[in-house]
Write a protein that binds this ligand. Sequence first.
Ligand SMILES: [Ca+2]
Ligand SMILES: [Ca+2]
Length: 509
Amino acid sequence: MIAIVYPWMEYVRKRILRGAVLVSCLGSSLEVCKAQDQPFRQAHGRPNVLFIAIDDMNDWVGSFEGHPQIITPHIDKLAEQGVLFSNAHCQAPICNPSRVSVFLGKLPSTTGMYFLGPNFRLVEGTKHEETLFQYFRKHGYFSSTMGKVFHGAADKASFDHIEKSRGLRRPENKLRYTVPGSHPSWDWGQVDIPDEETRDYKTAEWAVEVLHELAKKEQSFFLSIGFHLPHVPIYASKKWFDLYPLGGVQLPASRPDDRDDIPEIAKLLSLNHTAPRHEYMLESDEARHAVRAYLAANSFVDYLVGMVLQGLEESGEADNTIIVLWSDHGFHMGEKLRWSKRSIWEESTRVPLIISAPGMKEGERCSRPVGLIDLFPTLADLCGLEIRDDLEGQSLRPLLEDPKARWSKPALCTFGPNNHSLRSERWRYTKYADGSEELYNHSSDPNEWTNLAGDLKYKRIINRFQKFLPKVNAEPLLGSAGSDSPLYGEGHIPLQEAMQRGREQLNAN
Ligand SMILES: [Ca+2]
Ligand SMILES: [Ca+2]
């Protein structure tokens, strides 16, 4: 465990040091005084960036209000120090394309990166792209990383230092989802592994250490860390399970007829053979166990975020560091009668996003629809770097200065070529590759239970969304794999044929 040093101690220490400098200036040369008296940020160079990625964390975070029982005091505290984006969305609802889109600042529909493979460095279309991290390195930043930031191995060109992951991720045998033939990653439960020996703890621990080292450098730093939880297998220790007694665990709201009004292609697109079926989860009572595990894992990750933020305070760099906390996509825990990501409904697309930056608003919520794709231009903007004109997101700086500023663009999420979902403050509009549509009114239907797309009354609203659909729909990159949907399982087969095959799988299920 780390020693407790309260943030105010560091604050007082820093004030004393700065005060001492000013007092000593009275009797020394004016030149020295001027240099020392500059705001910390300019004296030190550009602000640092602390970039915290969390894998598969949906809105079950206290301040995001996704589950009434979730306990996440540290992330909530971070929200009090920055701007919480309550309507932030990923650009693809699985790891690889979501993260690649963030790091390249380009939409999946532009790059053709829709699925878990390929690695963007191994294919012609994207291998020469400059990542967010490379861009910062080019401008003098020291870029360092540990944990799951990239999906798969960390991109070498993006970092000056890559710290190898260590620690344990899972026990020897599966705990609860032991159905024969089930995917090795799909499991949940309470593990006996001490927190300090887990992979995510090791990442947080390293971040705390390295922040002290980075604080001594002349260079500004861009530190990127990634936590693996609450991605499956969803494990946490007793301490975190004890926060949520099994008997009281609340399941998310769902309706047995919820899928009756969604297009067939939506069912095929969101089919995930590796995930347990909803009926199984309810009949076996594993739903409550899995929900409890997810709550516990989120609270554990929250604790680790707290460790890192305390480390930043202790490093003395907190006043000069932009903090971004984000998850690569959401996760269904029974909503729409499914357990998985891999959909373009709210539970998959919505992500926690908090940005705390020197000089920007503190403790405010912004409900404008924004995307993770906006992070690249936002960070460039906040650090005084030119915003590359090929980036497809836009800087969130206006919203960090005024969370109620005008914002006309909806957030876009894409899963597979030409399946797009747009989210405004009030509506979700979705158009699939076969032309079928969904429309949900979030003011009256936050669970997206009633698809209004067929009602002519809403034609005008649907028309307004059309111009925000991408004009380019790139073919999947060579080597695309891991969609899990029967629509794309075998590469480039015509949509109608794929749908026929998908129907057969859906019926067989
Ligand atoms: Ca993920
Ligand atoms: Ca429905």
